[in-house]
Design a protein around this ligand. Sequence first.
Ligand SMILES: Cc1cc2nc3c(=O)[nH]c(=O)nc-3n(C[C@H](O)[C@H](O)[C@H](O)COP(=O)(O)O)c2cc1C
Length: 390
Amino acid sequence: MNRKTFLTTAIGAGALGAHVLKAATEDTPSAPAAKPPPAARLSDLLCLDDVEAVARNVMLPSAYAYVAGGAADEITLRWNREKYREIRLLPQALRDISALDCSTTILGKKMSTPIILAPTGVQALTHPEAELATARGAGAFGATMVLSSGSNKSIEEVMAVASHPVWFQLYVFRDRGLSRELVERVQAAGAQALCVTVDSPLDGARNRQMRTPYELPPGVGFPHYAGLRDAYTIQTLDTVRPANLLWRDIEWLRSFTKVPMLLKGVMNPADAGTGLKAGADGIIVSNHGGRCLDTLPATIEVLPRVVEAVAGRVPVIVDGGIRRGTDIVKALALGASAVQIGRPYVYGLASGGADGVTHVLKILRQELLMAMSLLGCPTIASIDRTVLWK
Ligand SMILES: Cc1cc2nc3c(=O)[nH]c(=O)nc-3n(C[C@H](O)[C@H](O)[C@H](O)COP(=O)(O)O)c2cc1C
């Protein structure tokens, strides 16, 4: 097998990620750095770091670099995780937790957990079924997924296999006419919300990715970019031409978008206020998983100030560095309505396709329920700042 064929190979029965492992070992001269846990089944992977270790071993080094990497020195990428670890919890003993329930309601829709799959592009690098496997895995669990503009499967293909809500993440193109057509297309296909990414007029200095650039597998494309004459952004050593998205574009999008519109990538509390004036129905605090501007603060540091600026008018969702149920509790305690995860489910996808995605969600739900029980918080609504050690 070579790179040309690995993405069309079915998932190996039994062995985790066998579809990519074989290709990775045959195609790459050097052995991957991380050793997976001695696991043959998803159920042996007990936490998200276990899942990443398997994924790292089965993915092509270039695909792993694309997923795992951040911008520049990856300081923000590191802070996103570290800052959760610095927050300590404070339990309340002997509370009635008999009616334990981690369901919640976001934008009027009930969710079985406050966990959403963040948009991540180019999933064909990770698994041959790409976003279709993610949609199946999310559906089997009952989670909402956000489909990236940069997906390798189209919104129509994803909706055909989805059994739970799908939101669509929009990169606004230079060609505003095509952008409008895309919004109308995804609405017609059944996307239940639009997440407009506002943090990346360009990619940032993704040195790790640039050192090991990925190649798209043959036959794989970007179905939502069809018709684009001009690249979304142009970045070379000689030219930097960012996409130019302005607040008036948000107002323009709001004028014809029928589904709720969230702004993804808000890191400045003032921008949250401006976003609400422009018509946003939700704010996603995100630094793009540390992939754009390095040395931005961790999202969990920024969250309380954005929550304050929003003052309960719309839901605030946060992503970046969430790897444990306790991280979710901390985000909710600081005012988030829900969280998104990015890399963890992509590693689940690499490790076990749709089942791997479901497995990652189950680990997080179990950890969330355990943390709620141990803190004395039976419901999502009962999680507030009193669970944080000052
Ligand atoms: C491989 C990868 C691809 C991504 N692609 C997109 C994208 O197409 N659009 C977008 O708005 N964010 C994208 N993101 C950012 C995620 O939506 C999310 O903000 C981030 O992954 C959260 O951090 P975490 O990976 O630590 O959970 C991507 C992230 C990763 C890791």
